[in-house]
Design a protein around this ligand. Sequence first.
Ligand SMILES: O=c1ccn([C@@H]2O[C@H](COP(=O)(O)O)[C@@H](O)[C@H]2O)c(=O)[nH]1
Length: 613
Amino acid sequence: AQQGAAKPVAAPMRDLVWGKLNFLHTTDTHGWHGGHLKESQYSADWGDYISFAHHLRKEADEKGIDLLLVDTGDRVEGNGLYDASDPKGKYYYDIYREQDVDIICTGNHELYQAPTADEEHRQTVPNFRNKYIASNLDYIDPSTGERVPMAQRYRRFQTKNQKVDIVAFGFLFDFMMNANNTVVQPVRETIKEQWFQDAIRQKPDVFVVIGHVGVRMQEFKDIFAAIRAQNWFTPIVFFGGHVHIRDAIAYDSKSFAIASGRYFETIGFMSVDGNIKKSDISSEAETTRSVSFSRRYIDNNLLGFYHHTGLNESSFPTEHGRNVTAMIAKGRKELDLDYNYGCAPKDYWMTRRPYPDENSVYTWLEKEVLPDVAVNEERKDIPRLAIFNTGGIRFDIFKGAFTKDTTYIVSPFTSGLKYIPDVPYSVARKVITLLNRSGPIFQAAGVEAGVPDPRYMGIPEQWDGRRGAVVDRDHFSQAGAGAKSQHGQKPLLMDGNGHGQEHPQSPKEPHLIEGYTTQDAIGDDGDDAVHSAIDYYNIPNCVQAEIGIPKDEDEKPETVDLVFIDFIQPWILLALRFSGGESYSKSDVKQYVEGTFTELMSGWVKKNWGVDC
Ligand SMILES: O=c1ccn([C@@H]2O[C@H](COP(=O)(O)O)[C@@H](O)[C@H]2O)c(=O)[nH]1
């Protein structure tokens, strides 16, 4: 872990259930390869993960079974370690490549900006040579203008110890907002292509589909149906991402899908046991081929790593792991990521508090930040509506130092504030409702106009429609830490190396720290550490600050400036059409203030919050 990172706190633990074929899975790490310095549960870094994978591979070798590492994209954007350098990723590419990942694919964040896609193609693809798969993604070579596959379309290989024969694919969901140097082919079209149809007619022991795709999204269901139609009894495992949640689902008795969270908080573990190899059974008995699956969401911290490897503070770190930890520390120092812009007076939450609320980061944005930064000197006396998409804020703000790192953690994007001048107030005032409660007609018009699903304005977690208004915080309160409970957890005792705070557990009611309490389609026993639940509130797609607009209906202005973060321009133009502003187009959109929103936000912190925390 990085120096100064929060020490992990012991929790009741559930063990890994090994099978013959085992996987470690990361997804949506978004530059958090230095770990979460302020959160004890997720404070291990990429160097620690390298040590962890080393020990688990060794264990697999000793048992004569196999372990593969998977990463399903969105490795960039969302943390100072990636975003604070110029060019972006100056340190990240060399740090990331140190992990020996066996199957890797692209996420949408590798593609929003053309230079990011260029670097992915120039660095990460060759760094992982025959491990990188791009089943539905092409790259446009800037020197020739030629469209080429980003990487190989699929991969067939055998595992090290048991020679399990695997055909692996690597997909991206039907992403539409990529820069013009890549082409994402919709999954439903890719699966009709001859190369895919040929690949699924090969007869491996196991199909492995990795994808930057939510495990409940249609894209994975379509891929599953296509493979299963040709292979009735072959196990198919899926590794998904994008939605930033822990999740698992079985599409049928011989298939299993896992999603392993976000921001390097989680390392997913999946195992497959039973008749892994076709040769385990005769071809006549194929119908009897039986496999079982297990999943575990490992909190990314050292105490958990010690628990799962049976090692301790001195025996755990490998030389390779330590070196990578040092590389990260050097990068963080050179980038001056701990530089303090100001001290947040309290915590501001994305979804742990409702919106609006005095502790909501979006209320802070609406009431304090936007009115102050959405100011165009020449038009400052003109009343305005300023709209910001909630997905543009990526993390909570914790009380205390708001550093250079925090800036990119909260707002990594390069978007700025644009506006359409002098929009009739009667038209402009309807826009926010359409963005947040877009009905089927609005959505259908969007599809026709090539405008993505309005949910893209919100946070990815909300794509998971299973969330209610608030998580049931009592769900785990009965989980005992002494004997094995109904959730199958066992106590993790202090391991004597000095890490972690004393854990005031009584056998009846353990003191649990807050964290993930995942309920997936398999059950509620997936998390490796038992936590108390965190409240979750749904939030709208967008929030709006009304600036210089009188409360009294009789005093409302005739016209306003409609200011918005440029990421949501396609939806703003569509919503204006629906509100009676039919004639607005791209040519009416102008820049409102200089600089990115990220710069405006850190400037606001500097001006408004003192530096003595
Ligand atoms: O420039 C941007 C790019 C993205 N967003 C928001 O991020 C989510 C996508 O998040 P994932 O990590 O890919 O799941 C997108 O839906 C937007 O809400 C943004 O605001 N600005």
